[in-house]
Each structure stands twice: as structure tokens, then as C-alpha cells.
Design a protein around this ligand. Sequence first.
Ligand SMILES: Cc1cc2nc3c(=O)[nH]c(=O)nc-3n(C[C@H](O)[C@H](O)[C@H](O)COP(=O)(O)OP(=O)(O)OC[C@H]3O[C@@H](n4cnc5c(N)ncnc54)[C@H](O)[C@@H]3O)c2cc1C
Length: 419
Amino acid sequence: MRICVLGAGVIGLTTAWSLTEAGHDVIIADGASRPGQGASHANGAQLSYNFVAPFASPETLRHLPSLLLDRAGPLRIQPSLNPAFLRWASAFLRACTPRAARATTQAQLGLAALSRAELDRVQAHAQLSFGRRVAGKLVVYRNQANFDAARRQVESQSGMGNEQLVLDARESLQKEPGLRIAQSRLAGGVFTADEEVGDCAQFCDGLADHLRRRNTVSWHLDAAITPILRHGALAAIRAGGAEIEADAFILCLGSGAAGFAHACGFQLPIQPMKGYSLTLRPRTPEAMLHHSVTDADRKVVFAPLAPDGTPMIRVAGIAEMIGHDRAVDPKRLALIRANAADALDVDPQSDPTGWAGLRPATPDSRPIIGRSPVPNLWLNTGHGALGWTLACGSARLLADLLSGATPPLAPLFALKREA
Ligand SMILES: Cc1cc2nc3c(=O)[nH]c(=O)nc-3n(C[C@H](O)[C@H](O)[C@H](O)COP(=O)(O)OP(=O)(O)OC[C@H]3O[C@@H](n4cnc5c(N)ncnc54)[C@H](O)[C@@H]3O)c2cc1C
């Protein structure tokens, strides 16, 4: 088949790879001039295969009022009367029950396991190097009640195939000597030994180069994409001056996917959730992190990376639902910088500009993979805070569905999904 993949972020690129592996001819179209320039660019770098706790959860719901009232805090939502926002918000509240959060955790763990195996395959076939390593992940809690809730989450995930260690404050600081938080300010932590890190932008560059070398892949970059519908099906897309026809189209536009779906006549429950990152230099070799770390109460993640062999720490956080603006707000960046300086011995000015990206967030925190209401348009989007982790498994699931298979995971990620 001739298949057009809409979007060249990590989801579009991995989808293109899976489709070429299945023998299809692939066209990749994106509005940016280079692949991997959206949310995939400078994300938190965490391949979080076990720690998949969804944002939609009873804990988030419980803390929502205080999080929203804290104007300098990590979460900001601009309420809107826009029907798409209201639908999203009401579905989000329904997804915050213990039962729904448990179902999402289980679904995400299944997709994460598939993703890890598929990333091994992609890496081996395409010979990619992007700083991937098993670093282990330590999630630390400053607040006792939050630590207790995390302990309960670990217990509820036990038996789902993951090994997580609950540590007290002293053990947490021993586990990660690069952390500079005083023991008296920590309640404890959860360590997951086999979590990984890797640079998503480097992966996207490498995979795009690999796909460029294949004569079954062609590219249309640097032009916004709009649909051309005929007789209820997607006949083609318009990308700049070009009209691109294909047998099937795969929607991987991240936070732009809901707008494209709307133009095709259906609703996708995806809202842009803005986040920020900095890539900072540790002041001394001892200040480099051994593991990736999440400062859970401040909602900041730290990942040890070594682009070009230089030890650096990627710091990422903040969740803002304030529309599609990707501009870096200096006040919000200052919050991330202050959080990094509080927890680590880094030079906070070593990345003066920072970065912001839009996570494509669904109400229940699960991606949407499978058919759309338009017969030849398929969906692989809405990966929220876990798109780097879940990319390769999502791509595989989509390619299997397109070939007519019925993978057991598929109903959990369909647009109209099983709870
Ligand atoms: C601060 C931050 C930290 C994160 N940390 C992590 C992490 O540690 N681990 C993890 O697993 N995930 C993380 N994520 C989430 C992850 O980065 C995203 O889920 C993932 O990048 C989404 O990939 P995507 O390909 O769907 O979207 P994108 O990378 O945004 O790609 C979408 C593409 O579509 C194009 N596009 C959109 N609309 C149009 C249009 N109308 N016309 C033409 N082109 C269009 C864009 O140019 C873009 O290239 C983080 C995200 C952020 C913002």
C-alpha cells in the first residue's frame, strides 16, 4: 500500500519505520522543516517502562484545587468555555477514579513492554546511537502523604511484571549521591532498576536519516497539512502547493491532531499540555546523576545524558493547559531553573534559552491508536507525557492493525476504548 504518515515527531517516524518494515511505501509529511521539532525535541529523555502512573488519577484529583491555586506551581489550567475543552475536562474527571486509573496503568504497562522490545529491534536494524542506557529511575517525595500514596501505587502495580523498591529518605540519598536535597526534606523514594534514558531528538535524527536512505520513503516537509475529503473518505492532503494522495493516512500530528480531525468532521479528545526543559551542566564530576530522578511533589524530572560525550542533565517539568502557544515564558523557565538548583549541583545558567513543547494529552492519559471515523484515516496520537517511552510499541500496534491483525492490546487504545 501507499501510506502517508502525517507528522514527523517520534510517533510519525517510528510509525513510518514499522510500515516500511511491513512492506509498504511511505510518504512522511510535516509542517516543520526538519523531523523531531515538536514535543519530541528536548523532552525529559526518560524511557519510563515501569513508572507509567497516569496523570488522570485519584491523587491528581485530590491535589487539583491546591495545585491550581498555586500560581507559581507546576500545574496551570486556563479554564475555557470551548466545547472541546469542556468535553476533555469532564472526561478527565471521569478518568480519575481508582478503577479507571488502574485500568490505564495496566494498559500502559502492556504497551510499554511492547515498546521496549520494539525499540531494541529498531535500534538493531537502523544502528542508532542516542545515549540509550539502563540508568534506573528514582522517584523522590518530599511530602509524607504523597510518599504513602506512591507506596500504595507500587503495591497496586506489583504482580504486573515490574520490580520497584520503596526506600526511606536516607536510602534514597545513598542511591543517588548526585541529589543535593537535605535528608530532613525528603519523605522517601521509589527506585525502579531497569528504567532507561535516551535522547529523543538524537533518536529522531538518526531514524530520519535511516528512513531517507530507503527508496520506499518520500518526504514532504515545511508545509502545514490540511485534509481533502471526497465522499466521506480522505482523498488526499494538501501540503503547501502539493496534493498528496495515498491508500491510507496515519494521523501522528501530536498536539495538532485534534485540529486536523476537526477539519475531517470528527472530535479527538486531545489538548496541548505545555512543558519546559533545560539541559544543564553539572558543576563537578561528582554532581553528575547516576540515575534518572523525579522530584514528584515539584513535578520535575532529571535525566543524565551525554550528548557528544559531555555529561549533562536534562531537567523537564511543568504542565500547562493554556492553548497552542509554544513560546518560552521566562517566568516559567525560571521555576524549572530554581527547582534544578534546589535539587542538584548544576550551573543553572549553562542553558540560557531553554525549550518548551506541547504534550498531546488525552483525558485518561492513554494514546489513541487504531481506526478513525473516516475510513482510510488511522490514528496514532495523544501520547501525553509518555510518547518517547511508548512510541515504538504504538507504531507496531498501528502497523499490525493496518495489516488486519487483532492484537490483544488494541481495544485498550481504540478511540472508543474499553475501560
Ligand atoms: C517537557 C516535556 C517532557 C517530556 N518528557 C518525556 C519523557 O521523559 N518521556 C516520555 O516518554 N515522554 C516525554 N514527553 C512526551 C513526549 O515528548 C511526547 O508524548 C511525544 O514527543 C509526542 O510525539 P508526537 O510525535 O506525537 O508529537 P510531536 O513530536 O509534537 O510531533 C508532531 C509533529 O506534527 C507536526 N504538525 C502538527 N500539526 C501540524 C499541521 N497542522 N501541519 C503540519 N504539521 C503539523 C509538528 O510539526 C510535529 O513535527 C515529554 C514532553 C514534554 C513537552
